[in-house]
Design a protein around this ligand. Structure first.
Ligand code: FAQ
Length: 338
């Protein structure tokens, strides 16, 4: 039954039957799969979110990647290399998930490098010291986990399944960041200062990762109704703050917010006002590193053209060879009969 309402059959709006099947699938907390009918708006919302997420992972390789050659020990270099490689892997799973919706990967990359598609605001900030690597693991991966664990129950099957594997790796990333920070906090006063400075610079941008406040969020209501998102931006931001405050205390760092305090009545931490004009600026391309991040991505894409051409030539040679082998296999029984 599910497979019958394939893809775009029924058009953008769909027949009453396929619409009902879509609604029923969402209501029963089951997954929408690539061959199922889905509203055009659901498809475009999924492509937008998955593509932005994929772009974030790929652009997100840059801030930490800059420290691979400057890691303070062989052990730290090996850890960082593995983490940045994991991020490339996450980007690739996500581009594949977007392709199941009919998106074209080359087109998505084109939209990223021409500024027609977004990536997370957080990756437009510079990494000024090696402590930033630890703080990205702790805060940025920590925020990513908070946001992405609920996405393992997202209504679109390939995205939800990609997210399960990604979250396992993200939680490992968060622990490595925290372990690095613990080592630095156990070090010299200069190392402790380096950690505090990194926390001061990354705290507010990490809170912005969750997106605009619910009142200004364009997509939340519809995405919640379709169970693409399971929590609002503000709910997840609050969860992140509550989770992070005791971790900061255990580490011995101060979060740079004088208004941050436990509110017994709410059962949550209150926190200070976020500078939403900064998020708007960074999203619209005017953050500290936007131009540099896109220039690096564009150059990597252009420099990789020969690899894509070679891979395509190899694939078509391989396909020709396989076709030839199949033709031989078809012809042979006839020849043997003669
Ligand atoms: N940055 O209506 P909403 C990671 C845009 S991966 C830039 O609330 P929505 C791993 C939004 O797209 C981090 N743009 O939107 C890692 C929309 O613009 P549009 C990425 C943002 O989709 C760690 C407009 O504002 N994670 O960190 C941001 O319902 C370490 C209105 O916003 C994901 O992508 C922002 N922060 O909620 C890698 C997770 N916030 O398209 C390396 C999946 C909002 O209308 C190192 N995505 N916008 O022009 C999501 O959960 C959601 O898409 C949200 C935004 C929550 C990000």
């Amino acid at each position: 039954m599910r497979g019958e309402a394939t893809g775009t059959a029924g058009g953008e709006t769909g027949t009453a039957e396929v619409q009902a099947l879509f609604e029923w699938t969402i209501e029963r907390d089951q997954r929408i799969e690539p061959r199922d009918w889905m509203p055009g708006k659901y498809r475009s919302t999924m492509i937008r979110q998955i593509a932005q997420h994929a772009h974030s992972e790929i652009i997100g390789m840059q801030p930490e990647g800059e420290w691979i050659t400057r890691a303070p020990s062989l052990r730290r270099k090996a850890i960082l290399l593995a983490k940045v490689q994991d991020e490339a892997g996450h980007g690739l799973y996500l581009y594949s998930a977007a392709e199941t919706l009919g998106a074209d990967r080359t087109d998505l990359t084109g939209k990223l490098v021409s500024g027609r598609q977004k990536y997370s605001s957080i990756f437009n900030y510079p990494t000024l010291s090696f402590a930033d690597v630890g703080v990205i693991g702790w805060l940025v991966d920590g925020a990513a986990i908070c946001n992405q664990v609920p996405l393992c129950r997202s209504s679109y099957g390939p995205y939800a399944r990609a997210m399960i594997r990604i979250c396992k790796e993200e939680s490992f990333h968060q622990r490595q960041g925290y372990e690095l920070l613990m080592a630095l906090m156990d070090g010299t006063p200069a190392q402790r200062e380096m950690v505090q400075d990194a926390v001061d610079r990354w705290w507010w941008p990490s809170l912005m990762m969750f997106g605009p406040p619910d009142a200004d969020s364009t997509h939340t209501a519809q995405s919640m109704a379709w169970k693409i998102k399971r929590h609002t931006n503000d709910e997840l931001r609050q969860r992140f703050v509550d989770m992070t405050v005791p971790q900061a205390a255990a580490l011995g760092v101060t979060l740079p917010d004088p208004d941050l305090r436990w509110n017994a009545e709410r059962g949550h931490h209150d926190f200070g006002a976020i500078d939403w004009s900064e998020l708007k600026r960074v999203i619209s391309g005017d953050g500290p590193c936007n131009a540099e991040r896109i220039a690096v991505r564009r150059a990597a894409h252009e420099d990789g053209a020969w690899v894509r051409e070679a891979a395509a030539a190899h694939a078509s040679k391989q396909a020709r060879r396989e076709r030839g082998a199949m033709d031989d296999a078809v012809e042979k029984p006839g020849r043997e009969a003669v």
